[in-house]
Design a binder for this molecule. Structure first.
Ligand code: SAM
Ligand code: SF4
Length: 444
């Protein structure tokens, strides 16, 4: 794998503008897909704010609507088409003036047809988002196909991109096509951004990339970067990792370093070696399980999540059984389970052995049930314990805030503590997806 870098940051403001003049032009940004897209939307947000737009939440209030999109599965495209249809109607009524489509759909061939069908004003991929600047009236920006871009808007938690693109070629995945090959950001630049964010009040930093653990630069590897970040930031997490790149020393660092949240997201995709080979994942189930053993030993209270695809072409009943066995063996705390979705331009879209929809649905439910049973059992073990909880989202009308323990469990907790604060509370019950803290929490 190679990693290249370029250093020419887009000159955008680091923080979003505060109040905006009531006569300002307005823009609405909708984000579809993963955290990378959420992060890209933050950059887009700062571009439009620097151009004098006020951000609004409803399409009907917006002069400009930007749909920042995902192309990983067909249902993501269907959702975007629904929004484009609605926007056409609003444009005919004179309520929306311009529509821009950005992100992964914008980078896919299908975007040309969408542009015609829905009469979209601007289509941008993931590598030329900077062209939006000119469209909204900012000075023309240079090509900066590099993660060397300003990070998220700060606040109590922030994403920091450490690499973009992906050098793998998984049979089913469109990401390498729409996001290009891996580009790693220099360590100094990452640490500089983390230090700036922490100085500005950020208490939780998430390192982002399609395969974060593949990060390397000038002889340094991901674990070196993670350790350095954990010395600068009070709370750190990272996503997404690839099993082939995950080093034992990273797994051990999760357990050893206080600032790292003890939560590992390590997508396995299948429990069958035959399917892992067809998918070009580059590891076998046994090797994956050995990594999980290292993680469980390093962080026994930690949480483990994964991604699983059911119904990839050629997946037999025996392959599916092996996935169920792996789910049982690894006792995941949660999983994103996806039904295979053929993406034009990927190898899997041309493979024989389509799995009938009814079979895919049954396998999906079987994997889901297995994951939930394990997660429920593991969550029950937390009941009765006292936890230090980081508040992610402040309390709603029912007085419940949503927080995260150091082991990475999501918790509903009675507190009016603001996002970014820590509270202590006892866990009184647990479901398969979340823990519940009973008593009013005390601030830490
Ligand atoms: N880079 C990450 C990795 O390799 O694990 C994942 C990135 S991908 C955006 C997130 C997840 O979407 C994948 O782990 C996979 O489970 C799922 N996915 C990707 N392409 C898919 C497809 N064509 N059909 C169904 N699920 C898919
Ligand atoms: Fe897609 Fe595979 Fe790259 Fe993940 S590692 S982004 S699944 S090609």
């Amino acid at each position: 794998m190679s990693s290249t870098t370029q250093t020419a940051p887009i000159p955008l403001s680091r923080k979003p503008a505060g109040r905006v003049d009531p006569g300002a032009k307005t823009a609405c940004i909708r984000t579809f897909g993963c955290q990378m897209n959420v992060h890209d939307s933050d950059r887009i947000r700062r571009m439009i704010q620097d151009a004098g737009y006020a951000e609004v939440q409803r399409y009907e209030d917006a002069d400009l609507v930007i749909l920042n999109t995902c192309y990983v599965r067909e249902n993501a495209v269907d959702r975007v088409k629904g929004h484009l249809g609605e926007l056409n109607r609003l444009r005919r009524e004179g309520r929306v003036k311009k529509v821009a489509l950005t992100g992964c759909i914008g980078a896919a061939e299908e975007s040309a047809a969408l542009r015609q069908t829905y009469d979209i004003d601007l289509v941008l991929g993931t590598h030329n988002t900077y062209e939006l600047a000119e469209f909204v009236g900012l000075p023309t920006m240079q090509e900066t196909y590099t993660p060397e871009l300003p990070g998220t808007e700060g606040g109590h938690n922030a994403f920091v991109t450490i690499m973009t693109g992906c050098n793998y070629q998984c049979s089913y995945c469109i990401v390498p096509t729409v996001r290009g090959r891996m580009v790693c950001r220099p360590m100094g630049s990452v640490i500089g951004e983390v230090e700036d964010l922490v100085a500005g009040g950020t208490g939780y930093v998430t390192l982002l990339g399609q395969t974060v653990d593949a990060w390397r630069h000038e002889g340094k590897r991901f674990c070196d970067l993670l350790e350095a970040v954990s010395e600068s930031a009070p709370r750190v997490w990272f996503t997404t990792s690839h099993p082939s790149n995950m080093e034992n020393r990273t797994l051990k660092a999760i357990g050893e370093r206080d600032a790292i949240v003890k939560r590992l997201h390590l997508p396995v995709q299948s429990g069958s070696d035959r399917m892992l080979k067809v998918m070009h994942r580059g590891y076998k189930a046994e090797r994956y399980k050995r990594k999980i053993d290292v993680f469980r030993e390093a962080a026994p209270e930690g949480t483990l999540s994964t991604d699983i695809i059911v119904g990839h072409p050629g997946e037999s009943e025996e392959d599916h059984e092996q996935t169920l066995r792996l789910v049982e063996d690894c006792a995941f705390d949660s999983a994103y389970i996806f039904k295979f979705s053929p993406r034009l331009g990927t190898e899997a879209a041309t493979l024989p052995g389509t799995v009938p929809d009814a079979v895919v649905q049954r396998r999906f439910l079987e994997v889901l049930r297995q994951v939930e049973q394990n997660a429920f059992r593991r969550n029950q073990r937390k009941v009765g314990g006292e936890e230090e909880i980081y508040i992610r989202h402040g309390s709603t009308e029912d007085g419940k805030a949503i927080g995260e323990t150091w082991s990475g469990h999501a918790v509903h907790v009675n507190t009016d503590a603001a996002p970014g604060k820590y509270v202590k509370a006892r866990i009184v019950s647990a479901g398969p997806h979340v823990l519940y803290a009973g008593e009013p929490a005390t601030s830490v």
